[in-house]
Design a protein around this ligand. Structure first.
Ligand SMILES: *Cc1c(COP(=O)(O)O)cnc(C)c1O
Length: 391
């Protein structure tokens, strides 16, 4: 079965007890046993819940994986995967990561004796250089947030394999529709299902997917032992969202390509970061390892923080908000929003500057989106005007 058929049908057979066509919300914490230890595969909803199982089966299939596990958030998924490590272990990771992941690494897991080494993830050799006898995991995020840089998943996975190191990839930005890290050699894929997979900005969730029986068993153990699981209703919402992932991703990309081209031609703009542009330094790699370029764009405006602030406060359709991957378009200022927690020197080194703006392109009519950006950019020298018009 092809991707979009699997999104709608995989794991989602009619409900075995009632024939309900759509998976029911099994809103129960516990399950009545027929006799001591005699149950139908479920005994307590932290350990397993039928609605969650359907979602786990569907997501595993979409990543071409054997096993899926769902969590209460993307960071809950990452935390649970990190439970595979022990004090003294080391992780080599790209340096351009989601701000919350950096906070989790530096301020939580570092306290348990795990060492994180950050490298420029655009060159696979940088990972090889930092691997020591204690390295247990390579952590990748590609494309990165907010600079849309890429890491070569296949090349880095070959290094990981040769050094007997596990590799996990945060595939949130591309979604499994455009990128399948397990096919490229990753051991574990992690998602914030909050973003494209759910796609409607109404739930927080996460997932981890693997082909390895052994890793599945271990992560499943930690999923239950740590307990950061999603409720039945949240699982159901994500399941409802995932059915349209393919059609949404195609529209996100179609809109993003047009908007990136519009921005690149605009005189107020210094630089546009979008893997689908020929000017992107890793455009060729994007074409090789992704089947589409996604819906995230970032750009630098001429000027400084005030100019960027003015633009993000001037759009009317693009909502000024954290998060991404929903059907509606969002605009944000990474330095003060998503990346506020990332140390300043780290931001400076990466080029996450005060004049950087991030867009999550929704699936509205692209002409309306371009008109909105045009008016926000057009008045960027006339302070106050656009704010008045915002009503
Ligand atoms: C949002 C996000 C996360 C964290 O997910 P939550 O669901 O917010 O916990 C991790 N990685 C990336 C790339 C994200 O965009």
């Amino acid at each position: 079965m092809e991707f979009e058929t699997r999104a709608i049908h995989m794991g989602q057979e009619a409900d075995p007890t009632t024939g309900a066509t759509i998976t029911p919300i099994y809103q129960t914490s516990t399950f009545t046993q027929e006799g001591l230890g005699k149950h139908k595969g479920y005994d307590y909803s932290r350990s397993g819940n039928p609605t969650r199982t359907v979602l786990e089966t569907a997501l595993a299939s979409l990543e071409n994986g054997k096993h899926g596990l769902c969590f209460a958030s993307g960071l809950a998924a990452t935390s649970t995967v990190l439970c595979l490590l022990k004090s003294g272990d080391e992780v080599v990771t790209g340096n351009d990561l989601y701000g919350g992941t950096v906070r989790l690494f530096n301020k939580v897991f570092s306290n348990f004796g795990i060492k994180f080494t950050y490298v420029d993830g655009t060159d696979p050799k940088n990972f090889e250089k930092e691997i020591t006898g204690k390295t247990k995991l390579i952590w990748l995020e590609t494309p990165t947030n907010p600079l849309l840089r890429l890491s070569d998943i296949k090349a880095i996975s070959q290094i990981a394999k040769s050094k007997n190191v596990m590799m996990a990839v945060d595939n949130t930005f591309a979604s499994p529709y455009f990128q399948k890290p397990l096919d490229l050699g990753a051991d574990i894929v992690v998602h914030s299902t909050t973003k494209y997979i759910n796609g409607h900005s109404d739930v927080i969730g996460g997932a981890a997917i693997t082909n390895s029986e052994e890793l599945y068993k271990q992560i499943k153990f930690y999923q239950n032992a740590v307990g950061a699981v999603p409720g039945a209703f949240d699982s159901w919402l994500v399941l409802r969202g995932v059915k349209t992932l393919g059609i949404r991703m195609r529209k996100h990309e179609e809109n993003a390509l047009k908007i990136a081209a519009f921005l690149e031609g605009h005189k107020k703009i210094k630089r546009v970061n979008y893997p689908g542009l020929k000017s992107h330094p890793q455009h060729e790699l994007a074409k090789k390892q992704m089947s589409g370029f996604g819906g995230m764009i970032s750009f630098e405006v001429h000027g400084g923080k005030e100019d960027a602030k003015h633009i993000v406060e001037s759009t009317k359709l693009f909502a000024l908000a954290e998060s991404l991957g929903g059907v509606e378009s969002l605009i944000g200022h990474p330095v003060t929003m998503t990346h506020a927690e990332v140390p300043q020197e780290h931001k400076d080194k990466l080029g996450i500057s005060d004049n950087l703006i991030r867009l999550s392109i929704g699936i509205e009519d692209v002409n309306d989106l371009i008109k909105d950006l045009d008016q926000a950019l057009g008045v960027s020298n006339v302070r106050g005007k656009a704010l008045e018009a915002r009503c």
